[in-house]
Design a protein around this ligand. Structure first.
Ligand SMILES: [Zn+2]
Ligand SMILES: [Zn+2]
Length: 173
Protein backbone atom coordinates (compact mmCIF):
# COMPACT_ATOMS: atom_id res chain seq x y z
CA UNK A 1 0.00 0.00 0.00
CA UNK A 2 1.02 3.60 -0.47
CA UNK A 3 1.61 5.97 2.42
CA UNK A 4 1.20 9.65 1.63
CA UNK A 5 4.30 11.44 2.79
CA UNK A 6 2.26 14.40 4.06
CA UNK A 7 0.44 12.01 6.41
CA UNK A 8 3.71 11.44 8.23
CA UNK A 9 3.68 14.27 10.74
CA UNK A 10 6.02 15.23 13.56
CA UNK A 11 3.95 13.00 15.82
CA UNK A 12 4.84 10.04 13.64
CA UNK A 13 2.64 7.48 12.00
CA UNK A 14 2.18 3.86 12.93
CA UNK A 15 0.33 1.30 10.93
CA UNK A 16 -0.29 -2.40 10.82
CA UNK A 17 -0.75 -3.88 7.39
CA UNK A 18 -1.46 -7.27 5.92
CA UNK A 19 -0.49 -7.58 2.29
CA UNK A 20 -1.33 -10.44 -0.03
CA UNK A 21 1.64 -12.39 -1.29
CA UNK A 22 0.56 -12.16 -4.92
CA UNK A 23 0.55 -8.36 -4.72
CA UNK A 24 4.10 -8.33 -3.30
CA UNK A 25 5.23 -11.06 -5.68
CA UNK A 26 3.72 -9.14 -8.59
CA UNK A 27 6.41 -6.51 -8.15
CA UNK A 28 9.18 -9.08 -8.54
CA UNK A 29 10.25 -10.84 -11.70
CA UNK A 30 10.56 -14.19 -10.00
CA UNK A 31 10.93 -15.41 -6.44
CA UNK A 32 12.59 -18.47 -4.92
CA UNK A 33 9.66 -18.95 -2.54
CA UNK A 34 5.87 -18.94 -2.43
CA UNK A 35 3.61 -17.16 0.02
CA UNK A 36 1.57 -19.41 2.31
CA UNK A 37 0.06 -16.56 4.33
CA UNK A 38 -0.41 -12.81 3.84
CA UNK A 39 2.58 -10.78 4.96
CA UNK A 40 1.84 -9.01 8.25
CA UNK A 41 3.85 -5.96 9.05
CA UNK A 42 4.05 -3.04 11.40
CA UNK A 43 5.51 0.27 10.32
CA UNK A 44 6.51 3.14 12.59
CA UNK A 45 7.36 6.20 10.55
CA UNK A 46 8.78 9.44 11.84
CA UNK A 47 9.67 12.50 9.91
CA UNK A 48 12.30 15.07 10.77
CA UNK A 49 12.47 17.83 8.17
CA UNK A 50 13.34 16.10 4.93
CA UNK A 51 14.31 12.82 6.54
CA UNK A 52 11.95 9.92 7.11
CA UNK A 53 12.84 7.01 9.30
CA UNK A 54 10.93 3.76 8.94
CA UNK A 55 11.15 1.12 11.63
CA UNK A 56 9.40 -2.04 10.60
CA UNK A 57 8.82 -5.61 11.52
CA UNK A 58 7.23 -8.25 9.36
CA UNK A 59 6.33 -11.90 9.35
CA UNK A 60 5.01 -14.31 6.78
CA UNK A 61 4.60 -18.01 6.21
CA UNK A 62 6.61 -18.98 3.16
CA UNK A 63 7.17 -22.15 1.22
CA UNK A 64 10.80 -22.69 0.23
CA UNK A 65 12.81 -25.56 -1.22
CA UNK A 66 15.63 -27.21 0.74
CA UNK A 67 18.93 -26.50 -1.02
CA UNK A 68 20.28 -29.96 -0.11
CA UNK A 69 17.42 -32.44 -0.49
CA UNK A 70 15.20 -30.29 -2.75
CA UNK A 71 12.14 -30.94 -0.59
CA UNK A 72 9.65 -28.06 -0.26
CA UNK A 73 9.05 -27.02 3.33
CA UNK A 74 7.34 -24.27 5.31
CA UNK A 75 9.49 -21.42 6.52
CA UNK A 76 8.40 -18.83 9.10
CA UNK A 77 9.90 -15.58 7.91
CA UNK A 78 10.45 -12.83 10.46
CA UNK A 79 12.44 -9.69 10.01
CA UNK A 80 12.99 -6.36 11.71
CA UNK A 81 14.26 -3.54 9.60
CA UNK A 82 15.05 0.14 9.43
CA UNK A 83 14.97 2.24 6.30
CA UNK A 84 15.94 5.87 5.86
CA UNK A 85 14.50 8.10 3.19
CA UNK A 86 15.53 11.55 2.19
CA UNK A 87 13.05 13.73 0.32
CA UNK A 88 14.32 15.06 -2.96
CA UNK A 89 16.49 13.90 -5.80
CA UNK A 90 19.68 12.01 -5.13
CA UNK A 91 22.53 14.52 -5.10
CA UNK A 92 25.26 14.32 -7.71
CA UNK A 93 28.27 12.66 -6.21
CA UNK A 94 31.90 13.32 -6.87
CA UNK A 95 33.30 11.46 -3.91
CA UNK A 96 33.09 7.75 -3.37
CA UNK A 97 29.97 6.37 -1.76
CA UNK A 98 30.22 5.85 1.97
CA UNK A 99 28.23 3.26 3.88
CA UNK A 100 25.94 5.99 5.22
CA UNK A 101 25.11 7.18 1.69
CA UNK A 102 24.14 3.74 0.54
CA UNK A 103 21.68 3.34 3.40
CA UNK A 104 19.66 6.38 2.38
CA UNK A 105 16.96 6.16 -0.25
CA UNK A 106 15.95 9.30 -2.09
CA UNK A 107 12.33 9.87 -2.96
CA UNK A 108 10.89 12.44 -5.29
CA UNK A 109 7.29 11.19 -5.35
CA UNK A 110 4.49 11.90 -2.89
CA UNK A 111 4.25 8.52 -1.29
CA UNK A 112 6.12 5.58 0.14
CA UNK A 113 5.20 2.08 -0.95
CA UNK A 114 5.09 -0.46 1.86
CA UNK A 115 4.76 -3.28 -0.68
CA UNK A 116 8.14 -2.37 -2.14
CA UNK A 117 9.70 -2.25 1.33
CA UNK A 118 8.36 -5.69 2.18
CA UNK A 119 9.59 -7.17 -1.09
CA UNK A 120 13.04 -5.63 -0.59
CA UNK A 121 13.22 -7.14 2.88
CA UNK A 122 12.21 -10.56 1.65
CA UNK A 123 14.82 -10.40 -1.10
CA UNK A 124 17.41 -9.50 1.52
CA UNK A 125 16.54 -11.87 4.34
CA UNK A 126 15.08 -15.06 2.90
CA UNK A 127 18.01 -17.52 3.03
CA UNK A 128 19.70 -18.04 -0.33
CA UNK A 129 20.25 -21.71 0.57
CA UNK A 130 17.37 -22.77 2.82
CA UNK A 131 17.75 -25.99 4.80
CA UNK A 132 14.77 -28.13 5.86
CA UNK A 133 16.85 -28.81 8.98
CA UNK A 134 20.36 -27.73 9.91
CA UNK A 135 21.81 -31.23 9.52
CA UNK A 136 19.85 -32.23 6.42
CA UNK A 137 22.05 -34.92 4.83
CA UNK A 138 20.79 -34.03 1.36
CA UNK A 139 20.83 -36.34 -1.61
CA UNK A 140 23.39 -39.08 -2.23
CA UNK A 141 25.95 -37.71 -4.69
CA UNK A 142 25.98 -41.08 -6.43
CA UNK A 143 22.39 -42.34 -6.71
CA UNK A 144 20.41 -39.22 -5.82
CA UNK A 145 18.51 -40.93 -2.99
CA UNK A 146 17.13 -38.65 -0.28
CA UNK A 147 19.35 -39.53 2.69
CA UNK A 148 16.70 -38.14 5.08
CA UNK A 149 14.84 -41.37 4.40
CA UNK A 150 17.85 -43.41 5.57
CA UNK A 151 21.12 -44.58 4.04
CA UNK A 152 21.13 -45.72 0.43
CA UNK A 153 22.90 -48.84 -0.81
CA UNK A 154 25.86 -47.10 -2.46
CA UNK A 155 29.36 -48.34 -1.45
CA UNK A 156 30.88 -46.55 1.53
CA UNK A 157 33.59 -44.74 -0.46
CA UNK A 158 30.93 -43.00 -2.55
CA UNK A 159 29.27 -41.76 0.62
CA UNK A 160 32.56 -40.25 1.73
CA UNK A 161 32.59 -38.52 -1.59
CA UNK A 162 29.14 -37.11 -0.95
CA UNK A 163 30.17 -35.86 2.51
CA UNK A 164 33.12 -34.16 0.92
CA UNK A 165 30.86 -32.59 -1.72
CA UNK A 166 28.75 -31.20 1.09
CA UNK A 167 31.77 -29.69 2.84
CA UNK A 168 32.62 -27.80 -0.29
CA UNK A 169 29.35 -25.88 0.14
CA UNK A 170 30.87 -24.21 3.18
CA UNK A 171 33.76 -22.60 1.41
CA UNK A 172 34.01 -18.87 1.93
CA UNK A 173 32.68 -16.82 -0.95
ZN1 LIG B 1 16.64 -30.95 3.23
ZN1 LIG C 1 23.46 -43.54 -3.01
Amino acid sequence: MKIKIHDITDAGLSLDVAEEGNVIGGLAGSLDFVFKTPVKARFDLTRTGREIQVIGSMRAGLGVVCSRCLKPFDYEFESDFQIFYSLGAEPEREKELTAADVDVNYITGEDLDTTEMLLAQLALDVPVKPLCRQDCPGLCAKCGADLNAGPCSCPVEDKHESKFAKLKDFKVK
